[in-house]
Design a protein around this ligand. Structure first.
Ligand SMILES: Cc1ncc(COP(=O)(O)O)c(C=O)c1O
Length: 402
C-alpha cells in the first residue's frame, strides 16, 4: 500500500543526523548532543511528596480539567513571573501546555497561514523551525551578533517582508548560548510597537544562570500587547511532567486554548496539581540555584578543556553565562556534519550546527550540551573532539601542500 500523506508532512523528514544520534543513544558513545538536564539532580523525593499531596485531594484529582490548565498553578506561575518583571496579567492570560514545545505549535497554528513571514534569530531552536515550517511559514533569519539581533537588519527585514511575528530565545539561547543586551531588548520593543509586529519570546533557560547578572525578559518591557512569553518546568524541575506555559494578550491565549481543545482537551492535570504542590512546599528556587551551580562547574570544565584548541585557532566560542549549551565555530572549511560519523566512531557525539539555520547554514558550527555528561566524560569527550580537530587540521595542511 502506498500511503497518501498530507502535503504538510514533507517537512517532517528524518535526517541523517537524527539517524546517527539514534545509534549514539544505544551505544557506548559519550553524547553532548541531547539537550537533557542531569537526571541525578532531579528533585525526586520532593516530586513524590508533591504527588502524594495531590492524591490526598481524592478522586477529583483525576478528573478532566479546564483546557487552560489547573488554575492555582497558573496563579503560582504568574507570581513567579512577576518576580522577573512580567506583570499586569491574570490567570486568564496564561495557558498551560504540554511542554513549551506545544506552546510553539499552538501559537503557530493560530497565527501562521501558509506564506506568512516569521523572523528568527540565526541560528535558532531547531524544533521551532520545524514547527514553523510545518505551518508553511516563510522563515527569514535576521543577522545577529553576541548581543542579539542586529537592529538595522531587523528594521530592514520588517520593511521588506512585513512579518507577522518574530521568534526569539533572548536568554541563553539554544543553540548559541547567546544573551541579548538590555539595550537590544528595549530597542526591539520600540521597533515592534511602531511596526505592529508580534514577538514570541521563548525562555526555557533564563533561570539557569552562572553569574549574578539579571536579565529582563522582553515581555517585562511590554505592556501586555505585543509579546507572548513561553517557559517551562522541563529544565528547572523535570521534563517528564511535560508542563510549560505561555502568557500574553487574552485574545491570542483564548484562541490557542480553542486550538488546544481540538488537539488534546487539556494537558496532564495531575502533573499540574503536583507542580502546584512542588512550588508551594519545596524550595524550587533553591533547587534551581543548586543545579545552576553544578551546570556552571561542568561548563567551566568544558571551557577549560576547549581552551587549548581555541589557542591553536581550531575553534572559536563565546563562554556562556547560563543555559545548557556551548556553540563552537570550527575552522572555515571544516564541515561539522561530515565529521560527525568520525567523532562517533572515536567515542563522542555532538549536534552539527547546520539544522539550526533557516537558510544558508554555517557548516563549520556545532552545539555541545554540558549538563548531562559527568565531569570525567566531559574531559574524555573534549579530548576526543580536540584530537580529531587536530588530525583534520593536519590532513588539510597536507592536502594544501600537495
Ligand atoms: C528553545 C527551546 N524552546 C522550547 C523547548 C521545549 O521544551 P519543553 O517542551 O520540554 O518545555 C526547548 C527544549 O529543549 C528549547 O530548547
Amino acid at each position: 500500500m502506498k500511503y497518501a500523506f498530507a502535503k504538510r508532512v514533507r517537512h517532517l523528514q528524518s535526517s541523517v543526523v537524527r539517524d546517527i544520534l539514534k545509534i549514539v543513544n544505544q551505544g557506548n558513545v559519550i553524547s553532548f548532543a541531547g539537550g537533557l538536564p542531569d537526571d541525578g539532580l532531579f528533585p525526586t523525593e520532593a516530586i513524590k511528596d508533591a504527588f502524594t499531596s495531590a492524591f490526598e485531594k481524592g478522586n477529583k484529582a483525576f478528573q478532566y480539567g479546564e483546557t487552560e490548565g489547573y488554575r492555582p498553578l497558573r496563579e503560582v506561575i504568574l507570581e513567579r513571573m512577576g518576580h522577573k518583571g512580567i506583570q499586569g496579567y491574570d490567570a486568564d492570560n496564561v495557558l498551560l501546555t504540554t511542554g513549551s514545545q506545544q506552546a510553539i505549535d499552538l501559537l503557530a497554528r493560530v497565527m501562521i497561514s501558509p506564506g506568512d513571514v516569521l523572523l528568527t534569530e540565526e541560528p535558532t531552536y531547531l524544533a521551532a523551525l520545524q514547527v514553523f515550517q510545518s505551518y508553511e511559514a516563510q522563515i527569514i533569519p535576521v543577522q545577529c551578533d553576541e548581543n542579539g539581533m542586529i537592529m538595522d537588519d531587523l528594521k530592514e527585514k520588517i520593511k521588506q517582508y512585513h512579518p507577522k511575528m518574530l521568534y526569539v530565545v533572548p536568554t541563553f539561547s539554544n543553540p548559541s548560548g547567546r544573551v541579548w543586551s538590555l539595550e537590544r531588548r528595549k530597542e526591539l520593543i520600540r521597533i515592534v510597537k511602531k511596526q505592529n509586529v508580534l514577538v514570541f519570546e521563548d525562555d526555557p533557560y533564563g533561570d539557569i544562570q552562572f553569574t549574578n547578572e539579571s536579565y529582563t525578559p522582553i515581555a517585562a518591557l511590554d505592556n501586555g500587547s505585543h509579546v507572548l512569553y513561553t517557559s517551562t518546568f522541563s529544565k528547572t524541575a523535570v521534563p517528564a511532567l511535560r508542563t510549560g506555559w505561555i502568557v500574553g494578550p487574552y485574545q491570542i491565549i483564548r484562541m490557542m486554548a480553542q486550538a488546544k481543545q481540538a488537539n488534546d482537551l487539556h494537558s496532564n492535570s495531575l502533573a499540574h496539581q503536583a507542580l502546584y504542590e512542588l512550588c508551594r512546599n519545596f524550595d524550587l528556587d533553591g533547587h534551581i540555584k543548586k543545579i545552576s551551580s553544578v551546570y556552571g562547574e561542568r561548563k567551566d570544565i568544558m571551557v577549560y578543556h576547549l581552551q587549548k584548541a581555541q589557542r591553536e585557532g581550531l575553534i572559536k566560542f563565546v563562554e556562556p553565562k547560563g543555559g545548557m549549551f556551548l556553540w563552537l565555530e570550527l575552522q572555515e572549511q571544516v564541515n561539522a556534519e561530515a565529521l560527525l560519523p568520525r567523532a562517533v566512531e572515536k567515542g563522542m557525539a555532538y549536534v552539527p550546527g547546520a539544522p539550526f539555520y533557516a537558510e544558508a547554514p554555517k557548516l563549520n558550527t556545532l552545539r555541545l550540551n554540558f549538563t548531562h555528561a559527568t565531569d570525567n566524560q566531559i574531559k574524555i569527550g573534549m579530548d576526543i573532539l580536540i584530537r580529531m580537530l587536530e588530525e583534520v587540521d593536519v590532513e588539510r595542511t597536507q592536502l594544501k601542500s600537495l
